[in-house]
Design a binder for this molecule. Structure first.
Ligand SMILES: Cc1cc2nc3c(=O)[nH]c(=O)nc-3n(C[C@H](O)[C@H](O)[C@H](O)COP(=O)(O)OP(=O)(O)OC[C@H]3O[C@@H](n4cnc5c(N)ncnc54)[C@H](O)[C@@H]3O)c2cc1C
Length: 358
């Protein structure tokens, strides 16, 4: 028995990007279940926010943009962002009747018959005319490799598994990475840990003054240019620099944010630099970022020689049926909103131009 179900559009992922896209589909007259489905493999609403550590309160989140059509009002800044945003996404899904199916894991997307795509999932196969891929990055933490890493006797973990500073009480912690997560970890850990060491590949760039729209657009344009050339995207945050706020200023003054260059090797009891220098450590915390979680697109062979997917706007240059939202230049809450709208606009044109085969 063929259990393949047919829709016009599959949205993979129900984070900011997937919900924004689903909202615009709905507004354009696409009916959930009949014309489109939203599939997500996480247990509940919230996208990646549901997994963020509880000490990342809503007040510590910078520049979270509301989803289209419904403001996030009266949020308590002292509440964990994981709770605030998951609640908000839950209300949003209900308000717009988006009918997210979860947990449904998208395992592979392949070319199907009649110019359709086959989306293979943990809950059967969907045949679709277009795919909006909004699977984010949280599921692909990036760990660089260093000599001796496997010999380390302490604990190594990635930001994706960080649950707050308390469990590091009395520990000597090396934090690797010069992004927002690395600095936030250090500021949180300092009062608990026996010692902290901060190492980054490049000297961190602190940004003075407000991050205005002009600077934001310039940062997005940089990432956009990379994906247009088919290079792997860098995160928007990685090109905006670190905002020099009061907490960061204090951290620099207290010596908590005293950066050292990247170590050359890991030893059983710490990290070491060429030409001398060793730091004893019980924990190495890798705040080294994430990569796009798009392994399920591999059968479509979209990656080019540059190692990334060459993009035109929100769709793969080689295939206008495949949209990547929350990817590269749209990997921010505001970018995800805009990309969701743009993807739906393009898909409407695509589907009207090529009516479904009778
Ligand atoms: C610690 C941290 C703080 C941040 N703070 C900010 C901020 O203050 N402001 C800002 O603008 N941006 C911030 N960002 C970036 C921001 O979170 C993202 O740009 C945006 O929220 C991501 O939305 P998304 O929908 O692309 O991805 P996600 O929220 O990751 O959603 C992706 C969804 O896809 C699902 N999924 C993944 N793979 C599959 C699969 N194979 N099958 C089915 N479902 C799948 C996941 O379950 C998830 O629900 C932050 C990021 C991090 C890591």
């Amino acid at each position: 028995m063929d259990t393949t179900r047919e829709v016009e559009v599959v949205v993979a992922g129900a984070g900011q990007a997937g919900l924004a896209a689903a909202h615009h589909l709905r507004r354009s007259g696409f009916e959930p279940d009949r014309d489109f489905v939203v599939l997500d493999h996480s247990p509940g609403p919230g996208g990646a926010w549901q997994f963020r550590w509880s000490s990342l309160t809503y007040g510590k989140v910078h520049g979270m943009h509301a989803l289209p059509g419904m403001e996030l009002t009266d949020a308590d800044p002292a509440r964990p962002s994981a709770e605030v945003i998951s609640d908000y996404f839950d209300r949003y899904e209900r308000a717009f009747d988006l009918r997210v199916r979860r947990p449904v894991d998208v395992r592979a997307v392949r070319e199907g018959p009649g110019g359709r795509l086959l989306v293979e999932t943990s809950d059967g196969v969907w045949s679709t005319r277009a795919l909006i891929n909004a699977t984010g990055t949280w599921d692909r933490p990036f760990w660089p490799r260093y000599p001796g890493q496997e010999t380390f006797r302490g604990r190594q973990l990635h930001t994706a598994r960080y649950a707050g500073p308390e469990e590091f009480a009395g520990r000597r912690v090396v934090v690797v990475g010069g992004g927002a997560s690395g600095t936030q970890h250090l500021l949180e850990l300092a009062p608990y840990a026996a010692a902290t060491t901060w190492v980054t590949r490049r000297p961190p760039v602190f940004r003075e003054g407000p991050f205005d729209e002009y600077a934001g657009r310039a940062a997005v344009a940089l990432v956009e240019e990379r994906v247009r050339q088919g290079l792997p995207p860098r995160s928007v945050v990685s090109v905006t620099g670190l905002p020099l706020n009061d907490a960061i200023r204090q951290g620099i003054e207290d010596g908590v944010l005293d950066r050292r260059p990247m170590f050359d090797r890991i030893t059983p009891d710490g990290v070491e630099w060429d030409g001398g220098g060793h730091v004893d450590a019980d924990v190495i915390l890798w705040a080294t970022g994430f990569r796009a979680a798009i392994d399920h697109l591999a059968p479509l062979r979209l990656r080019g020689p540059g190692g990334g997917i060459r993009m035109e706007g929100t769709h793969a240059a080689a295939d206008p049926r495949i949209h990547l939202v929350g990817y590269g230049p749209s990997a921010s809450t505001i970018g995800a909103n805009r990309a969701g709208r743009a993807a739906v606009r393009d898909i409407r044109r695509l589907l009207e131009r090529e009516p479904a085969a009778a």
